[in-house]
Design a binder for this molecule. Structure first.
Ligand code: GTP
Ligand code: SPV
Ligand code: MN
Length: 589
């Protein structure tokens, strides 16, 4: 077994073991033999189920408690010494109070269990982007998932032994008691504590907790950005590749956009799309004054329902091996998995996500939970870009903000400049989804899709965006999109998925200065004919509705933005000016 010689690491692990009192401590080195042995333990206790190894080699099934199926924002807290440093959009608790409270819950929480110590890296070890963490957990699901979602292995241990700093991540599923569930962040101590959950977003601490909440805090201090963004690469034969980042709230289309399949019409013209990341971007300014992005993750924790060979074949193919499926339905005849709209053949001899017998064709309840997910290695993705593996940043041409909005928001428009783009991001709103506990379909403000993930005061976060803009000589152009606008019959008007490439190509033409645009109160919209809709069955009337800026709707939007802004003691003047400007433009409509 690889030895950790870093005394800080050993002291911390010893201290956490004295608190949680496991029967054994196991260091994870990421080797296949070790992970295989641990997996066998999970199969023996039925914590996980092995799926059909011919059809789905290396794949496992995992089910969480019905009360523990999504992120829990109410129980997610930011613990800074000063309340104002967490800001009005975060739940704040005094750090000492939280350590005391959770210390009691962690006391003996691993009695009779094994404690796994997982050194991991977000980003490729050795690149300037890499950040190291160590997650201590009593959950085999966490061990196997972290081995997919992060970089685990000897090079991380070597980096720690060479003295690398690390984020201290402590997790115990304890009794999965939702009354005593907490996901707590101590940015000032580079520490994360999570207890009483066994669901991905609450317990895979490298992801939202480190890469976004702690990451955004570090980024503010160190001059970079941690964002809830996909990264995609667009190539046209004979031309330089272009890279685009996109921030959409949870379950609003990042994985799908990142892996999109171009419509045949564009394939024939030589267009190709590949994937760098589907959820998180870390961005730094390069020496040439451009913004460079990496995906710090090593896998995809993607929404299962809605994923199928038509909507996202690349995601389907990614999940065919080495994948953990959580809270989907099971096909008991084949020992495979199923979820809503995977195909038209739900299993008759099935089991739903709760473990109840489920006759798919006749069932009145859903087979899979709406937030059921797959955890799959990024390397499985048929269109993974070569830049993913190197972990070197790619230069970003465009940043896309988008929400799930049945009304008000047009299909696509461009910000007038960087600061206006920051305003658009800060003013974003979207309908809530099953990715977090609580009501679904309620419009809420979710700036830059970071509302649940910003580890500090969002007013300062907006300022950081503005400051980053000042430091770039050639910043990305910023756009806003909405794939989810509906008609009078509540039907989506835009086909979405692969056809979203059409909007992206318009954006890239704008970035290249190849085409003009039309000024609207919201920003710059496509001129008639510039958005290529060849082959789509969209009437002029529908196109008009997709782009309409309705005065009454936008008066309400402006009021909503103002209300959201009022939560903050002070905001950058660039944003309040932009809102005043929008207000007068809407009044003039
Ligand atoms: P997180 O992993 O929670 O951060 O979500 P995400 O942003 O990666 O969302 P994802 O791509 O998994 O999409 C969530 C849901 O939106 C799925 O059910 C998709 O089928 C649906 N969806 C994605 N893109 C589109 C689109 O262009 N149009 C429509 N109508 N639905 C879409
Ligand atoms: C999200 O909710 O935005 C996700 C899934 O990507 S989770 O890891 O649960 O946060
Ligand atoms: Mn996400």
């Amino acid at each position: 077994m690889t030895m950790i010689t870093n005394q800080f690491v050993n002291d911390w692990v010893k201290e956490m073991a004295e608190l949680t009192k496991p029967e054994e401590i196991i260091w994870i080195d990421g080797s296949e033999e070790q992970l295989e042995a641990i997996k066998q333990d999970a199969l023996a206790t039925k914590e996980m189920i092995e799926l059909n190894q011919e059809k789905l080699p290396g794949c496992l099934y995992y089910r969480t408690k019905p009360t523990d199926v999504a992120r829990d924002e109410k129980r997610t807290v930011i613990c800074t010494r000063r309340k104002e440093d967490a800001g009005p959009t975060n739940n704040w608790v005094d750090p000492q109070e939280m350590y005391d409270k959770m210390g009691k819950l962690f006391d003996g929480s691993m009695k009779g269990r094994k404690m796994y110590v997982i050194p991991f890296s977000m980003g490729v070890v050795g690149t300037e982007f890499s950040k190291i963490g160590i997650e201590i957990t009593d959950s085999i699901y966490v061990v196997l998932s972290m081995a997919i979602m992060t970089r685990v292995g000897k090079d991380v241990i070597d980096a720690l032994n060479a003295g690398a700093d690390f984020t201290k991540c402590l997790h115990s599923k304890a009794d999965i008691n939702e009354q005593e569930k907490y996901i707590a962040h101590f940015p000032e101590d580079n520490t994360i504590w999570s207890i009483n959950s066994a669901y991905g977003g609450n317990v895979l601490l490298g992801k939202k907790c480190l890469a976004l909440r702690i990451g955004s805090y570090l980024g503010k201090q160190e001059g970079w950005m941690a964002e809830h963004m996909l990264i995609l690469k667009v190539e046209k034969e004979g031309e330089e590749p272009k890279y685009v980042c996109g921030a959409f709230p949870s379950a609003c289309g990042k994985t799908n956009l990142a892996m999109l399949t171009p419509p045949d019409y564009f394939k024939e013209q030589g267009y190709k799309v590949s994937t760098i990341g589907d959820d998180i971007s870390w961005l730094r300014i390069g020496e040439d004054g451009r913004l460079y992005a990496v995906n710090p993750e090593n896998g995809f924790f993607g929404v299962a329902p809605g994923t199928n060979m038509k909507s996202n074949p690349n995601a389907m193919l990614t999940t065919m091996k080495g994948t953990i499926f959580t809270n989907v339905a099971r096909n008991l005849d084949e020992n495979t998995v199923w979820w809503e709209s995977m195909d038209k053949n739900p299993p008759a001899n099935g089991e739903d996500w709760l473990g109840n017998p489920w006759n798919g064709p006749e069932a009145e309840v859903k087979g899979a939970h709406p937030n059921s997910r797959f955890t799959a290695p990024a390397a499985n993705c048929p269109i993974i870009a070569n830049e993913f593996a190197t972990g070197e940043g790619v230069p970003i041409s465009a940043i896309i903000f988008g929400g799930r909005r049945a009304k008000a928001e047009p299909l696509v428009y461009q910000a007038k400049d960087w600061n206006h783009g920051v305003f658009i991001g800060s003013a974003m709103a979207s309908e809530t989804t099953a990715a977090a506990n609580g009501q679904v379909g309620v419009v809420r403000h979710d700036p830059m899709a970071m509302l649940p993930f910003c580890g500090y005061n969002m007013a300062e976060y907006f300022q950081h965006w503005i400051d980053m803009g000042k430091r770039m000589t050639n910043p990305p152009k910023i756009f806003h999109v909405n794939w989810f606008r509906t008609d009078e019959n509540d039907k989506f008007m835009w086909p979405g998925f692969g056809d979203n490439l059409r909007a992206i190509l318009w954006m890239l033409d704008r970035c290249d200065g190849k085409i003009g645009a039309e000024s609207t109160p919201l920003g710059l919209a496509p001129k008639k004919g510039d958005l290529d809709v060849t082959g789509l069955d969209l009437s002029d009337e529908v196109m008009e509705k997709l782009f309409a800026v309705n005065k009454a709707d936008w008066e309400a939007e402006v009021e909503g933005i103002q209300e959201f802004y009022d939560k903050f003691d002070s905001l950058p003047v660039e944003l309040t000016d932009a809102l005043a400007n929008l207000k007068s433009e809407i009044e003039a409509l």
